[in-house]
Every structure is written in structure tokens, then in C-alpha cells.
Design a protein. Structure first.
Length: 352
């Protein structure tokens, strides 16, 4: 899923908006649409480097069969169409960032801070984080913790941070291949290691990676990482072993390990909300949580009869938007309109 489909603003800095949406999966994206119909602006935060959530990370090509009026659609195509649908509403995206805290401001607004020193203030927060935040799977290497965030990384937050480094990238999927192609031009040296000769990424990326290998611009190893060499948080080499038992050391000063992602509840558990079965308890009128002005929709929301379906999340997004309206425009009366008959809404949707 190309991240160029939307432009993420640079990390850091202070922002203000009407609604902060945590989660850029299908339900979070559709919330932008429902809010936009009511004249409400949104900033969207997601830990991934592209929108789409589980649809992109877990089943980008798997057919989704329960979207009304669409016989079959892939997770990637659904995300593309949602992004196209919400484009007129001008959402601001903070991708590759994780919401780590929320607090009340003196102006009685909510302030969400991310792990990239971004802060966003708004009267409303909408949690649309699916089953939680995607967290990287750590490689089974003894002592790896001592090197993390110093010379071992599981994501690339700032590309220029790796300029001039001797990088070893571990993994065989799209993330490993994409960053091999993106970092090779700025690295002093770049190598790629995977436990099998076959890669499971996009064919185009594999072809480009093999071209770099053939040109001698990168080294590619088929082996398993066994241990790390180094001291004081800085690696000097990675000790590997082939399937035939041949051991060797790959010299490097940076290891990027892309071993997949797993779902965890994450910092949302510390937001001070009421939880039921590891999900956020909400009402079924507005999908508001125990904290006024904080709403929750999608798989993370819990209420009697809840069904974890995308179409349920779309319904929840519509009611959430109407509940959010009264916080964003406390002095205005909400006028309900149908998109089929309102010329104003039709003009807005068309981006005019």
C-alpha cells in the first residue's frame, strides 16, 4: 500500500483541530467522511506508515465480502476507495506515530501526544484503533534489548537518521524490501538477510532488489541471525548461520529487523477509560466512552450485541459524528441532511 496516497505531515510540533482520530483503518477513515459532512475537521494518527489498518497489514489481497453493494473487494482496494471518498474533507495525517498519552487542557480540550513529540488539541477524540496498535515482533535474539533504539530498530521513523550507516536489514516481506530500496541510496553499505531464498514481497520490489544485488550495490544473505556482537548499545556485527550449519559474522553498525507485526492494546489502556474484555465500553447512542468528548468506534468498542464487522464500524462512525458535533459546535443546532437530496452536501462531497 503506497504511503504516497496520502501525505503525512512532519512529526513534532503542536496542532489544533476539531476531532482527533486514533487509527487509520477503514472505520477511522470513514469517520473522516461522516465528520466532514457536518463541517468537522479531523487529524488522523496511526502507528503504521500508511492508512488501511488491518486491511492492509493482515489481508491486503484477501476478498472482503460483507461491504454493502460491493460483491467483493480487497483490503487494499477498500482503503484506496475510502481515501478517494474522504479526499474533499482535507484530513491531516500523522502516520508512523503512536498516540501515547491524553490529558485535559486548561481550555477544557483534549491533548493527545505521540511518541514523535507531536501534540494535537481538540474538543473530541475518536478512538478507531481496531484491536489495538500494531507492535513489531522482536527477533528471538538473546540480549537484543540492550541495543534497541540505539543500533537495532524495528521501524524507520526518520529516514535521514540512517544516512551513512552500514545497515543490515532482516526480513523477507514488503517492509524489508521497501526499506532496502529506500535506504540503499543513502547508506554507506546495505545488506539484506532472510532465512529463505524466496521473498514474499511485491514482485516489482523483489525484481528491483535483485537488480541491486546483481549490480553489487547490496549483499543478500540466506541465513538465520543467531546473536549480536557489540557493546554499550552499539552493534559491530551480526552472527549468522546457514541451514547447512555454516557460521559467519556480517559486519554492520545498524540492524533493521522486520519480522512482522502483532496487535496489542498499547497506550490506550492508560487513557483512563472504562474497559470490558480489553475493549472500551461505550453507549449505543453516540458511542461515547466514560470520558465526555472521547468516543470509540470499530473493533475496539464494546457494547451489548457488538459485532466486529467493518459495516458495524461504519454505522458507529455516523452516530459518533453526530455526538461529536455538539462538542465541536456547542452553540449550533445540528441539521440532519441526506446526501441524496442536499445540494450543499453534494457540493462538499464533490470537492467544490
Amino acid at each position: 500500500m503506497p504511503s504516497t496516497l496520502v501525505e503525512s505531515v512532519p512529526s513534532g510540533g503542536a496542532h489544533e483541530t476539531d476531532v482527533i482520530i486514533i487509527g487509520a483503518g477503514p472505520v477511522g477513515l470513514f469517520a473522516v467522511f461522516e465528520l466532514g459532512l457536518l463541517g468537522i475537521k479531523a487529524h488522523v494518527i496511526d502507528i503504521l506508515e500508511h492508512p488501511g489498518g488491518q486491511c492492509i497489514e493482515l489481508y491486503p489481497e484477501k476478498p472482503i465480502l460483507d461491504i454493502p453493494a460491493i460483491k467483493s473487494i480487497s483490503g487494499e482496494d477498500l482503503t484506496r476507495q475510502l481515501l478517494d471518498q474522504i479526499k474533499p474533507f482535507g484530513a491531516t495525517y500523522h502516520l508512523n506515530e503512536m498516540a501515547i498519552s491524553v490529558e485535559k487542557t486548561p481550555a477544557n480540550k483534549w491533548c493527545v501526544k505521540t511518541d514523535m513529540d507531536t501534540s494535537i488539541e481538540a474538543p473530541v477524540i475518536c478512538i478507531a484503533a481496531g484491536g489495538g496498535s500494531f507492535q513489531p515482533k522482536k527477533p528471538p535474539i538473546t540480549g537484543v534489548d540492550a541495543y534497541e533504539d540505539q543500533s537495532v530498530f524495528y521501524a524507520v521513523r526518520q529516514r535521514d537518521k540512517f544516512k551513512g550507516k552500514n545497515i543490515l536489514i532482516a526480513g523477507g516481506g514488503d517492509s524489508a524490501l521497501d526499506w532496502t530500496l529506500n535506504l540503499q541510496p543513502i547508506a554507506s553499505k546495505l545488506s539484506l538477510i532472510h532465512r529463505r531464498e524466496e521473498f514474499r514481497g511485491a514482485p516489482d520490489s523483489i525484481e528491483k532488489m535483485r537488480a541491486l544485488q546483481a549490480a553489487g550495490d547490496i549483499d543478500v544473505y540466506t541465513a538465520q541471525i543467531k546473536s549480536l556482537s557489540g557493546d554499550n548499545g552499539q552493534i559491530t556485527g551480526v552472527n549468522v548461520e546457514t541451514k547447512d550449519g555454516d557460521a559467519s559474522t556480517i559486519e554492520c553498525d545498524t540492524l533493521l529487523a522486520f519480522y512482522g507485526l502483532t496487535m496489542k492494546l498499547g497506550p490506550i489502556a492508560d487513557f483512563g477509560l472504562n474497559f470490558t474484555e480489553n475493549r472500551v465500553a461505550v453507549d449505543t447512542e453516540k458511542f461515547e466512552t466514560s470520558a465526555p468528548g472521547i468516543f470509540c468506534i470499530g473493533d475496539m468498542a464494546h457494547y451489548p450485541g457488538k459485532l466486529k464487522l467493518i459495516l458495524s464500524g461504519f454505522h458507529e462512525a455516523a452516530l459518533m459524528a453526530h455526538g461529536a458535533f455538539h462538542y465541536v459546535f456547542p452553540d449550533k443546532k445540528l441539521k440532519f441532511q441526506h446526501t441524496t437530496s442536499s445540494k450543499d452536501l453534494q457540493s462538499t462531497i464533490a470537492g467544490q
